[in-house]
Design a protein around this ligand. Structure first.
Ligand SMILES: NC(=O)c1ccc[n+]([C@@H]2O[C@H](COP(=O)([O-])OP(=O)(O)OC[C@H]3O[C@@H](n4cnc5c(N)ncnc54)[C@H](O)[C@@H]3O)[C@@H](O)[C@H]2O)c1
Length: 439
């Protein structure tokens, strides 16, 4: 089978495209394609999410309610299902499922594997398949291809085509969205590359074609590893600077005046989110197959792992200065999302610090306007406290863990007895002696 038929469908925009996994990555991608006139069928294991999409109920911050309503109710270009037999309706399928680490910090490939099986068992010959989930280099060729060929009895490059195109979404970024973030595309073979370029070109403004899936896979891991290593470096320097009575924030501002060769990274209580703390360990895993030790990633990960413990010590030190012990103190966390102005607390360092303090007997409260409640890994349920003057003044310590732009820092400091600022939230506020402790 040649790729002529699917290319024709792409050129007249009748290419029906499945998106598997409608989360932070999949839903914005599905809406972007649908907005550009492509009929999208979303496949989602979580039936509540599929139902929400079909009712145009938005659950992802980077998708606007208006866009979702438009593509679901008006143009009817987007619908969702949990029925994977409907993959046979699709000409192209894009996979956006999670790629977490297991408890031994090894890649959990089960989501990609089950998607491949669902596709293989249901697809028609001539289907184009693209993986967007972050993973280790060689996944598309050495992990996905054999599963799909075995389960479908079809042949890659002849009966179906494969590609890897990493998602680069930056949740909460108001300038760069799915359609205007340049997209890396690496396909297996020239026919697949032709399809990939044409299909993604329908919705994405700038494509950067690379020669193979493994180049694209490595590119994505390089981007995230670069951030892990540099944030871990600045966190370590921040801890040293704290001991030496040097304001690391002033140092960074000074270094930034260099017009070349320096890019600023900012310290904080640790690295969170679904990507940076996890993805580099996918590379570490595959490197072991080549008997290669990635010591830089390992060290950066170890620095990050220790951050929550160091932050706990910092809070304990501040309480001590106020002649209070950790046990029995009430500690209010301002912000539990892993970064400002988003509603995502996955892998958030705030949760790790809260957990450690709880184990030491502290009474933990939090306020985060984006996250009304959450349940931690031990099943403890937390509900967002309403931010009142009394809440602030009753707390023995208020900790800034996320610098949401809506926080009225000056007022919070005025009412609080003691503040530990792990995000440079208080930068423009005059600090009373002994009241604010910084990272
Ligand atoms: N969130 C980000 O900022 C970001 C950025 C770039 C890349 N990524 C990568 O994109 C991938 C997806 O991340 P995400 O943040 O969208 O995850 P997510 O958890 O928000 O969404 C994944 C969705 O897939 C669904 N799902 C799981 N298994 C499924 C299956 N077999 N079939 C159908 N649906 C299934 C889940 O119910 C969920 O709705 C990951 O590999 C991640 O590393 C994420």
């Amino acid at each position: 089978m040649s790729n002529t038929e699917i290319l024709k469908k792409i050129s007249n925009k009748t290419v029906k495209t499945g998106v598997i996994g409608l989360g932070y990555v999949g839903l914005p991608l599905a809406v972007t394609f649908a907005n550009n006139g492509v009929e999208i069928l979303g496949f989602e294991k979580n039936k509540d999410k599929a139902k929400a999409v079909n009712e145009a109920q938005n659950y992802i911050g980077d998708v606007t309610d208006a866009d979702l309503t438009n593509v679901v109710k008006e143009t009817k270009k987007l619908s969702a299902t949990a029925d994977f037999t409907r993959i046979k309706e699709c000409d192209a399928v894009i996979i956006c499922v999670p790629t977490p680490l297991d408890k031994f910090k090894k890649p959990d490939m089960s989501y990609i594997e089950s998607s491949c099986i669902d596709i293989a068992k249901n697809m028609k010959p001539g289907t184009f398949i693209s993986l967007e989930s972050t993973t280790y280099p060689t996944t598309t060729e050495d992990f996905m291809k054999p599963i799909i060929e075995k389960e479908s009895g079809l042949k890659e490059g002849k009966d179906f085509w494969l590609c890897f195109s990493p998602e680069r979404v930056d949740p909460g970024n108001i300038n760069y969205k799915t359609d205007n973030t340049p997209k890396i595309v690496g396909a297996l073979g020239t026919e697949a590359a032709e399809i990939a370029e044409a299909l993604y070109g329908l919705a994405i403004k700038h494509l950067h074609m690379v020669s193979s899936p493994r180049i694209a896979e490595m590119t994505k891991i390089l981007e995230n590893t670069y951030r892990l290593v540099n944030i871990s470096l600045i966190n370590e320097l921040a801890l040293l600077s704290g001991k030496m009575n040097i304001d690391i924030w002033e140092v960074i501002e000074a270094a930034k005046t260099k017009p070349y060769g320096f890019q600023a990274f900012y310290p904080g209580p640790g690295i969170g989110g679904h990507c940076i703390p996890l993805d580099p360990f996918y590379l570490e895993h595959i490197a072991k197959n080549f008997n290669f030790e990635l010591s830089m990633i390992h060290t950066a990960g170890a620095i990050n792992d220790r951050m929550s413990h160091r932050m706990m010590n910092k809070i304990s030190f501040a309480l001590n200065r106020h002649k209070k012990s950790m046990g029995g103190s009430t500690i209010l966390f301002m912000g539990i999302a892993y970064k400002p102005d988003i509603a995502d607390a996955r892998e958030s360092p705030a949760l790790l610090i809260m957990d450690q303090l709880k184990k030491k007997g502290a009474n933990i409260l939090y306020h985060d306007p984006y996250i009304p409640e959450f349940t931690d890994d031990h099943g403890n349920k937390y509900i967002c406290s309403e931010l009142t003057d009394k809440l602030l003044s009753d707390a023995d310590c208020v900790v800034f863990t996320t610098n949401h732009s809506c926080f009225k820092v000056e007022q919070i400091i005025e009412k609080a007895k003691l503040v530990v600022d792990l995000r440079n939230a208080v930068k423009s506020v005059k600090i009373e002696d002994g009241k604010v402790f910084k990272l």
